[in-house]
Design a protein around this ligand. Structure first.
Ligand SMILES: O=C1O[C@H](COP(=O)(O)O)[C@@H](O)[C@H](O)[C@H]1O
Length: 241
């Protein structure tokens, strides 16, 4: 397991370009080695910038997106066409453009797919097991001002679930309340874990996470990569370090 490192960027845009370029490089390397890399996506503001940067930079790379498998770390349990869906955001920003194979894009269930959020979590766990998933080349995670990652929020019982791949959340403090999230047990199977953080609203959470806060207070401390754990920060997010 790796120690966290920090990459500081002047602006959110520079951060996004840097993450997109690094992702394309890792995917090129993995594919050159004959692998079919799996990536874990996140949602949120900075993730959207990163996704747009991937769309811009992809044509200049040799990544074969038809041989990349896409998963999500968490999802909002809402209608499939809701703009609240992390998957809708990623599809609009880059997935619909870069040439992914639809069979390789594993969205978490929506209200149209599962009767309840718990059923959705069980279904996603089953899909991940079926595909032998669990070794992300890169797992990207946004971080909330409260230190949450995926839909693992401070103080929630889901933080202590270690025998399931995904769980349902019914009372997320950030709307919408119903979500499906991977557990720490599943998130901690990535070669590279990249935290994407921008804005001064996240500065305190970043400082606490990198200061070694308890995982129940700052859930971001609970995920590390096997090869690397990188905090991509803009100056505002790094301002309390
Ligand atoms: O609810 C969520 O929030 C986080 C961070 O979002 P941001 O808008 O504060 O950047 C996100 O990473 C997570 O995937 C999402 O479901």
């Amino acid at each position: 397991m790796s120690d966290p490192t920090i990459q500081r960027h002047d602006t959110a845009e520079e951060l996004a370009e840097s993450v997109a370029a690094a992702l394309l490089q890792r995917l090129e390397r993995a594919q050159a080695a004959g692998e079919v890399p799996q990536i874990g996506l996140t949602g949120g503001t900075i993730a959207d910038h990163v996704h747009q940067a991937i769309a811009r930079l992809s044509p200049g790379s040799s990544v074969d997106w038809s041989r990349v498998v896409v998963w999500w770390g968490d999802e909002r349990f809402v209608a499939p066409d809701s703009p609240d869906r992390n998957a809708s955001q990623a599809r609009a920003a880059f997935l619909d453009d870069v040439g992914v194979d639809p069979a390789n894009v594993h969205e978490m269930p929506s209200t149209a797919d599962s009767a309840s959020v718990d059923d959705g979590a069980e279904a996603y766990s089953h899909t991940m097991r079926e595909h032998g998933a669990g070794a992300f080349e890169v797992l990207m995670l946004g971080v909330g001002p409260d230190g949450h990652i995926a839909s693992l929020f401070p103080g929630d019982a889901a933080l202590d679930v270690d025998d399931r791949i995904a769980v349902g959340i019914t009372d997320s403090p950030k709307p919408p309340p119903e979500r499906v999230t991977l557990t720490f047990a599943a998130l901690n199977h990535a070669k590279a874990v990249w935290f994407l953080v921008s804005g001064d609203g996240k500065a305190e959470a970043v400082a606490q996470a990198l200061g070694g806060a308890d995982v129940h207070e700052i859930p971001a401390t609970g995920v590390v990569g096997e090869d690397e754990t990188v905090w991509f920060l803009d100056e505002a997010a790094a301002s309390r370090l």
